[in-house]
Design a protein around this ligand. Structure first.
Ligand code: FE
Ligand code: FE
Ligand code: MG
Length: 170
């Protein structure tokens, strides 16, 4: 970023770059988690859930783009080696070894809740001190909130479906 753009920031820029790089690693892992999960999952409502998870994947990739762009503006270097993704990410990758739809959704749900914490932390850290990063963090936070809501609704609907099937059998 322009020199003055960094000068006006009223926070520890190196710490901010570190937090953003952690977030960047998490976004790539979230992207892959959704992308592979949407392809391998099996079970009720798959045809409805699959395209939504794929959409979430592309939204996570867009978050990675926003975060990397901001790191560069701040004078930092976005993580260049995927081997560092696992080391730096605080939100962990959950290998979807069980492709059942509810298992995949619950893994994604945990990831979203971690992402919500991440962008709350970034929004808090930059509030009133770095308006540009703050705006980016709240924009991404809003999308992570949507993701959490979408997944909770899918899980609710699957449970309703299961209850209805149980009732029919009685
Ligand atoms: Fe994200
Ligand atoms: Fe998300
Ligand atoms: Mg959605």
């Amino acid at each position: 970023m322009g020199k003055h753009g960094v000068e006006i920031l009223e926070l520890d820029v190196q710490k901010l770059i570190r937090l953003l790089n952690e977030a960047l690693c998490e976004e790539w892992l979230a992207y892959y988690q959704y992308w592979i999960g949407s392809r391998i999952m099996e079970g009720p409502m798959r045809s409805e859930i699959e395209p939504e998870l794929l959409l979430h994947a592309t939204q996570e990739l867009n978050h990675a783009t926003l975060v990397a762009t901001r790191i560069i503006q701040l004078g930092g270097i976005p993580v260049t080696n995927p081997a560092d993704w696992f080391k730096l990410a605080k939100c962990k990758y959950a290998d979807p070894t069980d492709p059942y739809v509810e298992v995949v959704l619950n893994q994604n749900l945990e990831g979203e809740r971690c992402a919500i914490q991440r962008y709350k932390e970034l929004a808090d850290f930059t509030n009133g001190k770095d308006h540009a990063t703050h705006q980016m963090a709240t924009t991404i936070l809003n999308e992570e909130l949507e993701h959490e809501q979408d997944i909770e609704e899918f899980l609710t609907d699957i449970n309703r479906l299961k209850e209805d099937i149980r009732k029919f059998r009685l």
